[in-house]
Write a protein that binds this ligand. Sequence first.
Ligand SMILES: [Zn+2]
Ligand SMILES: [Zn+2]
Length: 375
Amino acid sequence: MANGADFYAVLGVPSSASADEIKKQYRRLAKQYHPDANPNDSKAAERFKEISEAYTVIGDAEKRKQYDDMRRVGAFGGGMGGFGGARAQRPGAPGASAPPGSGPFVDFDVGGLGGLGDIFSSMFGGARGRGGRAAERGQSVERTVEVPFRVAATGGKVPVELEVTEECAGCRGSGGAPGAQMRPCGECNGRGVISFGQGSFAVNRPCPVCQARGQLPSERCVECRGSGEVRARRKVLISVPVGAESGTKVRLRGQGGKGSAGAPAGDLLITFAVLPDRFYTRDGLDLVATVPINVAQATLGSRITVRTLDGRKVALRIPPGTSSGRRFKVAGQGISKEGKVGDLLVEVAIKVPETLTEAQERAMRQFAEAGGLKF
Ligand SMILES: [Zn+2]
Ligand SMILES: [Zn+2]
């Protein structure tokens, strides 16, 4: 973006230019600075982006009208209303052939301030806009993250690789190229905010040119195009709340899609998918564990040991005459969440031997005959 974000200056046309003139000029410049015509020329690439951005706004009748409204009230330094300090010169604005104030400006009526916020928010998404590029909040991004059963039950962290927004290493967030000098922003006189109106009508807005920093670099960082932020892939640890279930969502603010023109990034919505466990299933806060027992244990009774979620061993008495599917409760060994705690339910499953020795078979027949069991 050009320092002063005067899109007319960027394209080198007067603000009174017709749509056709703007289009012609845009085509001429786009051709001249197109990356294909200027391989490995980062300055040309930058210029090409600026031209494209400018044309996106003033090449569109509706957006141009909004932009002109903003310009008229001094948001970009071209107006002539009573909003002192916003009459900035634009150092280094390329092709600046339209002097500030050359357009058909009208006095801004303070009584109309009510609509200003609307104009501003439609131009900048109501956010930290930058220099007149139509700013939009980034998109919310959704991701499904697999969580091991035990981590979901007890809470914990899972590593996830994400694209995150972080400070640009090239300029340490300043937005300036190496060796660039920081100067007070002419748009906001270094205040970082622009005031519209007077007295009780005054409305402060973050300066769209310097992104509320109050300063502008003499040359912008190429890596982040002056935004001070870059997107990078990073392994991050996502906290999984205790008792998370499949479908539980967490929101990571500002880690979604990047906003345009300095508008805030969208959120990252993470949906957990809890992986099955070899031993446990869940029923609300209760844990259910299926434990095999043999025929003798089932008929004669036994003591078995089961493991709780935290790895401790608990002895459990199986009474004589226990059938498959019977559940035994180990109180308080389920999932604890928000002051409530579930139980561990041990469900027994009788395992029958697949083959019998001769002796076993003989004994089994005797057993059946003694009890009158049909077989
Ligand atoms: Zn940078
Ligand atoms: Zn500023």
